[in-house]
Design a protein around this ligand. Structure first.
Ligand code: MD3
Ligand code: FE
Length: 199
């Protein structure tokens, strides 16, 4: 079913169990050639999420700040976006262009992501598509101003969220993970894929 929360459309159970397992295998392939790393903020604080990317551009953060970059911090180009992720984008994005970036976020039991806007991309008319795999996450979305009213929804494995239109610049974050809520990942935790057109 599709539900709307704060202007975001969540396609619940978009992926069945077999599709989820296939996509996890494709993500593993990406991670084998472009390892997960723990980004630092400009102030030198480690983020709790571990990250890597696929596609022409990856989103990175280090003491120089955050930006899209054609290379992994270790110097290699990013691997191609997994075909299973592209299929999802083409099914739900509503746009003709393919994504140029697929950010892969890994949340262990203690990871979270503070409220923020996604505004490093060149064209805010292009949607962002997010795919949840593994443990459930408490996702919070507000409006275009920091500190406004928010709504929350648990994102579950196989859910796909589309952020377009007026919701594209809404503040959002992940408050916490429900550890042990999914058996998809052998070591537990949550993977989120976020696809974007960058320029
Ligand atoms: C709402 N990731 O990588 S995905 C991010 O679950 C990010 O890893 C979270 O926020 C995660 O930037 C949330 C859902 C999401 C992604 C982009 C959005 C929600 C959004 C852009 C605008 C509004
Ligand atoms: Fe975001």
């Amino acid at each position: 079913m599709n539900v709307q929360v704060g202007g975001i459309v969540v396609h619940q159970e978009h992926l069945n169990a077999a599709d989820q397992a296939d996509l996890v295998e494709q993500v593993r392939r990406v991670v084998r050639s472009a390892p997960l790393y723990r980004p630092e903020t400009r102030t030198g604080r480690a983020m709790s999420v571990r990250m890597t990317s696929a596609g022409t551009f990856g989103w990175i953060s280090d003491r120089r700040g955050y930006r899209y970059d054609r290379k992994h911090p270790d110097g290699m180009e990013w691997p191609p976006i997994p075909p299973g992720a592209l299929d999802i984008w083409r099914a739900v994005s509503g746009v003709a262009r393919d994504p140029q970036s697929c950010l892969i976020n890994y949340y262990d039991a203690d990871a979270r992501m503070g409220m923020h806007q996604d505004r490093d991309e060149g064209d805010f008319d292009m949607p962002v598509v997010s795919v949840s795999l593994g443990d459930e996450a408490l996702f919070r979305v507000g409006g275009p101003e920091r500190g406004g009213k928010t709504q929350s929804i648990w994102l579950k494995s196989g859910d796909v969220a589309v952020m377009g239109g007026t919701a594209r610049l809404n503040f959002h974050g992940i408050d916490r993970i429900r550890a042990g809520s999914s058996a998809l990942l052998p070591k537990g935790g949550r993977i989120n894929l976020t696809m974007r057109v960058v320029e």
